[in-house]
Structure formats: C-alpha cells, structure tokens
Design a protein around this ligand. Structure first.
Ligand SMILES: Nc1ncnc2c1ncn2[C@@H]1O[C@H](COP(=O)(O)OP(=O)(O)OP(=O)(O)O)[C@@H](O)[C@H]1O
Ligand SMILES: [Mg+2]
Length: 351
C-alpha cells in the first residue's frame, strides 16, 4: 500500500482536494409524533443538527464527540448520503452526498459500531469477496489490501467463520476491514470501539493509525471513549444539542473545561482522607480506597510521590475525565476558552 499521490496535480487542484469534507451551515430537522394524552398525538420538530460548519482536510484524523443525542450519528449519515440535510451545504470530495450517493459510495467507507454491514450467514472471507465484486476492486489491489488488513487486524483465524459466530470485537475488526477494502479516501467510524475489550480496542486503534499513515485515509471518528481520541486524533470537534461547541486540540478542550484527572489510591487500610498533597484534593473515600482530583494539566508523578511518602500505598491508577464530564465542566466553567496552545499546531476554537 502506498500513500495517494497528491503532488502530481496542479496547485489549484491540490488546494481544492485538501478540503475533503466541507460542511456549511448544515441542519437536520426530524418531525416526530409524540403522544399527548390518551389519544392525541402532536407533531414535534427535533433539531438533531442545528447549523454546523467545518472543514476536514485530506489525511486528517478528527474526533467527533458529544453527549448522547448530540447529533453525531445524524451528521455522519448526512455525510454518507443516507440522510438528506434540511438545510445548508455539504460536500465530500467535491460530491453532494445526498444527490450522488452511489458515486460517493466508492470513495467513502463507513462503520457503524452498533450494526454490521457484513453478511450474517457467510464466512468473513465470502463477505469480502462480495465487497470486491460490488466495488469492482482489481484483483491485485484487493489481494494486497486484504492481506494487509488480515495481518494488522489479526483476521486470519476468522476468515472461515460465519459472521454470526464472531464476537463483537472480532466482528468489528471484520467490519472495519470490509470498509477499507475498496481503499476509500474517507472513513467514517461511528463508535468503532463500543463494547470492545482492551485488547480489541488496541488492535482497532493501531490499525486505524497505520491506515491513516500509510494510505493517507481521512478519518472522522465518533466515540464516547476519550482514549480513542487521545491515541488517534490531534483535532477534536465537540457537538452538543446539534451545534458545534469546540474545534481544536484535545489539550485545549481539557484546558477549556478545566478538566480534572483523578488519582485513585489503594492504601493498606482504611484511613482518614489524605491531606497535604499539593495540587490535589481528596474527593472520595471508600474503605482503603481514596480518590484525589487534580488538574489535567498537572503531572501525576509528584502527587504519587507525596502520597507514597506519607501513606501506606498498595496500588494506584490515574483516571482521565470522560467525555461527558469534560463537556459538563466546559459549561460549568462559563463557556470555553480558545485552545491557544493548539495541540498538534492547530488552533482550537471556542465556537
Ligand atoms: N430518524 C430519526 N427520527 C427522529 N429523531 C431522530 C432520528 N434520528 C435521530 N433523531 C434524534 O436526533 C437527535 C440526535 O441523534 P443522533 O443519533 O445523531 O445522536 P448521537 O450524537 O449519535 O447520540 P449517541 O451518542 O447516543 O449515539 C436525537 O434527539 C435523536 O433522538
Ligand atoms: Mg450515535
């Protein structure tokens, strides 16, 4: 697999191609019927996506996060052409997804963590063969891509197993490979690590990193797992109630939210709340276990040293804030600050 040639085009063409995803003031309004009393039903509008704008350049790997019902999946469905926007303008690789869904289909890959696109009764390799025919992938390219996917996602022992017999983590790896066989320019992943164990998550993340680096595949990733973002994305967009509320580096998001990490310590025995650790405060005690909150920007090492010096320490771990609490803190903090440092060199924007 080689990276896509990018510099053999004219300067204008390159510039144009760089912005692979263009979203301008896009909205999606659903009309739902809600029960109002015993017999009456009322029509109600749900503004799932409420005027969002962003650009994603070729080769970027962007996290798209937000609480349940924020509008993430709706955005992805509009970007694939499954849903037609109620307003605004959308382009993916210069194509209007809703207007030219079939033409776009060859250039994008989609994985919805909650359901499979594989054929339930067929062995994994037969599903791939169908993908090859559907997308008319040339033999040599197909074999090369498949081989690489099998190697990186550890699929060899699974190829003869019917999809229905695969575990969730195995199936997810199978799904991701299927989405990548046609070598799409853009890959949308809607919660690709949901419900996976630590080992499967690590495999999926490692694979996505490789694909992005090797082929320059642009990735838009929706997740509730901050570790996904941490390990894969230099840029993160936060959506809440259908609106983009942050676009920038993860560090900037943490700073904006005043995010706190938690040091969880197990002591030899039950003791009064730990005191006198600079920069940390004990927020919870449960038997011999205690929780100390400290600013996400601060290193845990001096805290650990201070606790170990004064208390009989048995074990410890550091917990990152989850996405929901980061976003909650962001509002509690009275709005967002711009990500001045801009992790990865990208300026964060409070929107
Ligand atoms: N087909 C639909 N008909 C009516 N309402 C819908 C439809 N699809 C989504 N919605 C509503 O639009 C809003 C956004 O939903 P969406 O699935 O995009 O959220 P999400 O950010 O993906 O959430 P989650 O984290 O739970 O997956 C929700 O209020 C949801 O109930
Ligand atoms: Mg969703």
């Amino acid at each position: 697999m080689t990276g896509r040639a990018r510099d053999d085009e004219g300067a204008d063409a390159v510039d144009e191609a760089e912005q692979l995803i263009e979203v301008d003031g896009v909205e999606k309004v659903f009309t739902v019927r809600r029960r109002a009393g015993r017999l009456r039903r009322v029509r109600e509008e749900v503004r799932a996506v409420d005027g969002i704008s962003f650009r994603v350049a070729r080769g970027e790997m962007v996290g798209y996060i937000g609480p349940n019902g924020a509008g993430k999946s709706t955005t992805i469905k509009m970007l694939t052409g499954i849903l037609v926007p109620s307003g605004g303008r959308l382009r993916v690789a210069g194509i209007d997804p809703a207007q030219q869904r079939t033409r776009l289909a060859r250039r994008i890959g989609v994985v919805f963590g909650q359901r499979t696109t594989l054929w339930w009764d067929l062995p994994l390799k037969d599903s791939y063969e169908l993908v090859r025919r559907m997308y008319r992938i040339p033999d040599a390219a197909y074999r090369a891509h498949l081989e690489r996917c099998v190697e990186l996602l550890d699929l060899a022992p699974l190829l003869d197993v019917p999809v229905r017999q695969l575990s969730l983590g195995q199936r997810m790896r199978g799904d991701i490979a299927a989405a990548l066989l046609p070598d799409p320019e853009v890959l949308y992943l809607d919660e690709p690590t949901i419900g996976l164990d630590v080992v499967s998550k690590a495999k999926v993340r490692g694979f996505l990193r490789e694909v992005n680096a090797e082929r320059g595949t642009t990735v838009l990733l929706t997740t509730h797992d901050l570790t996904d973002i941490e390990q894969l994305c230099r840029r993160v967009m936060v959506i809440d109630h259908g609106r983009l509320v942050y676009d920038g580096g993860l560090d900037g998001l943490r700073a904006a939210g005043g995010g706190e990490r938690t040091l969880v310590v197990d002591l030899e025995r039950e003791l009064p709340p730990i005191e006198g650790v600079p920069g940390a405060r004990t927020v919870r005690v449960d038997g011999p276990r205690q929780w100390l909150a400290f600013p996400a920007s601060q290193s845990a090492a001096p805290l650990v040293a201070a606790v170990a010096a004064g208390y009989p320490l048995v074990d410890l771990s550091v917990r990152e804030p989850d996405i929901e609490s980061l976003i909650a803190e962001l509002y509690a903090g009275g709005g967002m600050r711009a990500d001045a440092a801009g992790a990865g060199g990208k300026d964060g924007r409070a929107l």
